[in-house]
Ligand binder design. Structure first.
Ligand code: IPM
Ligand code: MG
Length: 407
């Protein structure tokens, strides 16, 4: 039997969603706000700790960031600001994914270093409010979620361009419980939103000389939105004749990433939001775990850098937050440095991270008191950066690891 009243309610709700998305398209089309960091007299970096282990690991990362940018901070070219208010308690108090005052503070920064934030789900002790990450990506229009994953000894050098404002996430908190028997969620793809992420991937492939893009969708089943992703890719690809490209379905791509005969072939991957979320966790695991990967959320006006993992509230309740591994946040700092044009510093930091976490391991993080604290580990990384033979040491470790694998 058709529940006409429920259909009507759902249609009205759907109508409102459509209008909001169309307004969003208008805003995207009208937006001319572009920040050119190289032209700014002063760059403002907001440090937003989040909650759970967030403030702890974010602080360790901040120490490394301030150390590497000390000259520019001293000269007044960079200002580092603390931004409070993104805790789950505060968000629940105002019942908003991001409290208004916090959002206003964030909008006064150019770059944001953000710690993990708790994302409630149905049944949690918290009200089921929207994820702060997802809200920040939408509010600041951070459309490209860029996640590099490297395993030098396996020849893996991947970079994921995950669409960050649309797909299944755009209306993730706006689905319809039509009635007790029927729930519907939505997946969104706009022309402008799809085109800009695909273009970002192709631009990167061209600029870096990687010259190879793999599009990942499930366009054989999710025919409308993923179909649009694919057809726009076909169009954009024509503008990049020097860049080879192919398309994959997400299921087989998850298999190929762990195929030792194929994994090193992939370079730049461009994919819708949810597939990007999932595939980048798999990729991070191949690199050594989600704690080893960072994430750059890039928009034309703002950029935000974060870990790819969650806020591990249990570590806080068990009193061991100071032992949480800050490496994903420190990796996020490397991505921020790279984005600012501090490529040499970013490279050194990445090498130091590899040496400390994968090879030398003079300090080890266990998440408990038998391991190092996050701040101790941050110091270890800074000491490693200062080594005059850093590059040689890194080269040797990688060469040894390659040789060991061949045995
Ligand atoms: C990520 C995270 C977030 C996401 C969560 C915390 C909402 O998993 O950054 O990948 O799903 O995007
Ligand atoms: Mg994720």
């Amino acid at each position: 039997m058709v529940d006409e009243a429920a259909v009507k309610r759902a249609q009205e709700h759907f109508g409102k969603l459509l209008k909001k998305q169309m307004e969003r398209i208008d805003r995207m089309n009208a937006n001319k706000d572009v920040t050119d960091l190289s032209k700014l007299k002063k760059i403002v970096i907001g440090v937003c700790g989040g909650d759970g282990i967030g403030p702890y690991i974010c602080n360790s990362a901040r120490i490394v960031m301030e150390h590497l940018l000390a000259d520019r901070i001293k000269s007044g070219n960079i200002e580092v600001r603390t931004i409070d208010g993104l805790t789950i308690e505060r968000r629940v108090e105002v019942m908003k994914a991001i409290p208004d005052d916090t959002l206003a503070d964030l909008r006064k920064c150019h770059l944001i270093l953000k710690g993990p934030t708790t994302t409630p789900k149905k049944g949690d002790p918290w009200p089921n409010i929207e994820s702060a990450n997802v809200a920040m990506r939408k509010e600041l229009d951070l459309f490209a979620n860029v996640r590099p994953v490297k395993v030098p000894e396996l020849g893996i050098d991947w970079i994921f361009f995950r669409e960050n404002t649309e797909g299944s996430y755009a209306l993730g908190s706006d689905g319809i419980d039509v009635n007790d028997d029927l729930a519907i969620d939505f997946c969104v793809a706009t022309t402008i939103g799809t085109e800009r992420i695909i273009r970002a991937g192709f631009e990167h492939a061209k600029r870096t000389g990687l010259n190879y893009v793999s599009l990942v969708t499930k366009a054989n089943v999710v025919k409308t939105t993923d179909g649009k992703f694919l057809s726009i890719a076909e169009k954009v690809a024509k503008e990049y004749p020097g860049v080879k490209w192919d398309d994959w379905f997400i299921d087989i791509m998850t298999a190929k990433l762990i195929d030792p005969y194929r994994q090193r072939d992939f370079k730049v991957m461009v994919l819708p939001n949810l597939y990007g979320d999932i595939l980048t966790d798999e990729a991070a695991q191949i690199q050594g775990g989600v704690g080893t990967a960072g994430s750059a959320n890039i928009g034309s006006k703002y950029s935000m850098f974060e870990a790819i993992h969650g806020s591990a509230p249990r570590m806080v309740t068990e009193g061991r937050a100071q032992y949480a591994d800050p490496c994903s946040m420190i990796k996020a700092v490397a991505l921020m440095l790279d984005h600012m044009g501090e490529t040499a510093k970013a490279k050194k930091l990445e090498m130091a991270l590899d040496i400390c976490t994968q090879f030398e391991k003079r300090l080890v993080m266990t998440g408990r008191s038998n391991g190092a604290t996050g701040d101790e580990f941050a110091k270890y990384i800074m000491d490693t950066i200062a080594r005059p033979d850093l590059e040689k040491v890194w080269d040797k470790y990688v060469a040894d690891a390659v040789a060991a694998r061949k045995k």
